[in-house]
Design a protein. Structure first.
Length: 192
């Protein structure tokens, strides 16, 4: 049976265009330019789904290169102490398929998709040095991804942004410094 994307390519008559994209833009590994691009990235978006298909998307950030390229088929990123919910890691424990999206809004104004199969690895087993420049933070665990696909996210609609220097409170539990209750969730609870 064809995948959903192939079914829709036939339905909407884009098979030839899609095949050209697959042939010219999609790899089953990272090439040297992709590896160099990842070494410059300070953020990524992570898409996961649980075993029933319920999705979650999240944001991860760190110093440039916080996502380590272990080889052309493997990347890994550190997981630090957070809110204790484990939405992404919980999904990975049920369904290891992940989609990573790296967008460079500053220098290259281009994106890179990396899709693959993830596993949660204890920090002491990982054997990767802690990222530099993140005071007071040590990974509790790592997520290691075996790359299935790597391909471009074109830059035609990506806005160019200018970075703004600011102090980052890495590793803080201070609610105010983390953003507080910005969306007034606590104040919008219904009383029974």
């Amino acid at each position: 049976m064809d995948s959903g994307e192939r079914v829709l390519q036939h339905r909407y008559d884009t098979v030839e265009r899609a095949d050209r994209f697959y042939d010219q833009q999609v790899l089953d590994r990272l090439n040297p330019r992709m590896c160099a691009f990842l070494a410059r990235q300070e953020m990524m978006f992570v898409a996961t789904a649980d075993r029933a298909g319920a999705c979650d998307s999240t944001f991860r950030a760190g110093p440039a290169g916080f996502v380590h390229v272990l080889d052309e088929h493997t990347v890994a990123w550190p997981e630090y102490r957070g809110n204790g919910v484990y939405a992404s890691l919980g999904n990975i424990s049920e369904n290891p398929h992940v989609g990573l999206l790296f967008v460079d809004f500053v220098r290259d104004v281009i994106g890179l998709h990396v899709n693959g199969v993830a596993e949660i690895v204890p920090a002491e087993v990982m054997g990767v040095a802690d990222p530099e420049g993140v005071p007071g933070r040590r990974p509790e665990r790592w997520v290691r991804v075996t790359v299935d696909e790597a391909y471009i996210h074109c830059g035609k609609h990506i806005p160019r942004l200018v970075p703004w220097d600011r102090e980052r409170d890495w590793g803080t539990d201070d609610v105010r410094r983390k953003g507080g209750d910005f969306f007034d969730v606590a104040g919008s609870r219904c009383e029974a």
